[in-house]
Design a binder for this molecule. Structure first.
Ligand code: KG4
Ligand code: ZN
Length: 334
């Protein structure tokens, strides 16, 4: 039995969690900084790192207490080392190293994207590899063939904006506030998804995505039709994004004859995407793994789970390793 404390501070959530064997979540505490950044319409890096400094100790303490962890119960401390905001990353990485030293257990540096991939195992320990993973977050949009633990093949990715970035930018333009994804999800419920036919970019054979043209189409449409109902714009935009994401994920799964499809990252919390992803998988006779919303958005349980596998494969991370804001998913041939 391996008990790992996970720490996540790559962006605007301060999170800590205790997970056993990458499967059993004993505690998962997430303190969102949304209220601190909302009035600026996005994450302000300096405010984020300062807030992590204030929040991390109580968040870690709460995670340990909720998990009933005593002296000597932990086997490793894992923290996100990238990608993310460097100032924010360093708060979590430094704290994790200090705790690992004090408790005399290994420190494990975790790739945030790999952590998102591992979130699905926490909600469904029966998950069988290989699977095709649609990873959609604020910074990334990728189709990954997860062949085995630590073995990833990149099938496609965005060539410009990430899906979450498109949600955030369109929401900001529509005056729906920050964070944009949940706002569009909510407003779209009252809109007609067929009201406006926005373009589906890169509807070709590739598994790459592009969302920047869609964002421009939304802006042009609203400029031309200032009286258009915001709910219709939100619903039609969401429909276009989800349409492309699901169509490509499905074709990618066909191309490698995948038995299962997995959804992950913050945008995987989107109601329409979850519904369409499940419908498409059922229609194709594939097992769909759609983690709970709490596991899709940033959390530390996924960091602890990925940390468990990294420790098993690579051993402890040296204590002189730093944070890397531009860290990439380690893909085969990448
Ligand atoms: O994975 P995540 O929590 O942080 C990153 O690693 O980026 O993803 C955050 C992104 C944001 O762009 C946010 O707007 C989006 O996920 N998001 C959503 C929803 N909830 C969060 N997008 C669409 N619908 C949602 N319900
Ligand atoms: Zn994330």
């Amino acid at each position: 039995m391996t008990t790992v404390l996970g720490i996540e501070t790559s962006c605007d959530e301060t999170a800590a969690a205790v997970v056993i064997d990458a499967i059993t979540v004993r505690s998962s505490v997430v303190s969102s900084q949304v209220v601190l950044h909302a009035r600026y319409g996005g994450v302000v890096p300096e405010i984020a790192s300062r807030a992590h400094v204030d929040l991390l100790a109580p968040v870690v303490a709460q995670a340990l207490v909720e998990a009933g962890i005593g002296d000597g119960d932990l086997d490793a401390v894992a923290a996100t080392v990238g990608p993310g905001l460097i100032g924010s990353l360093l708060v979590g990485v430094s704290a994790a190293k200090a705790l690992a030293l004090v408790w005399n257990v290994p420190f494990v540096g975790v790739n945030h994207l790999e952590a998102h991939l591992y979130a699905a195992f926490l909600d469904d320990p029966t998950l069988e590899l290989p699977v095709v993973y649609l990873l959609v977050s604020g910074g990334h949009t990728m189709l990954v063939h997860m062949e085995d633990h630590g073995r990833y093949r990149l099938l496609g990715q965005t060539i410009d904006d990430a899906a979450g970035e498109a949600f955030d930018k369109v929401a900001r333009y529509l005056g729906l506030g920050y964070p944009g994804g949940p706002a569009i999800d909510r407003v779209a419920m009252d809109g007609d998804p067929q009201a406006i036919r926005f373009p589906r970019a890169m509807a070709d054979d590739s598994y790459d995505f592009s969302f920047s043209g869609l964002k421009t189409s939304v802006i042009n449409h609203v400029r031309k039709h200032p009286d258009v109902a915001t709910a219709d714009v939100a619903a039609s935009f969401q429909e276009a994004v989800v349409d492309v994401l699901v169509a490509k994920a499905r074709r990618a799964a066909d191309s490698v004859d995948a038995k299962g499809m997995c959804l992950g990252g913050g945008v995987a919390a989107n109601s329409l995407l979850r519904e369409r992803f499940l419908d498409a998988s059922a229609a194709d006779g594939r097992h769909a793994y759609v983690p709970s919303r709490a596991m899709c958005t940033d959390n530390a349980a996924m960091v602890a789970a990925a940390g468990y596998w990294r420790l098993l494969h690579d051993g402890p991370t040296p204590l002189d390793a730093g944070g890397d804001p531009n860290l990439r998913l380690p893909v085969i041939g990448g």
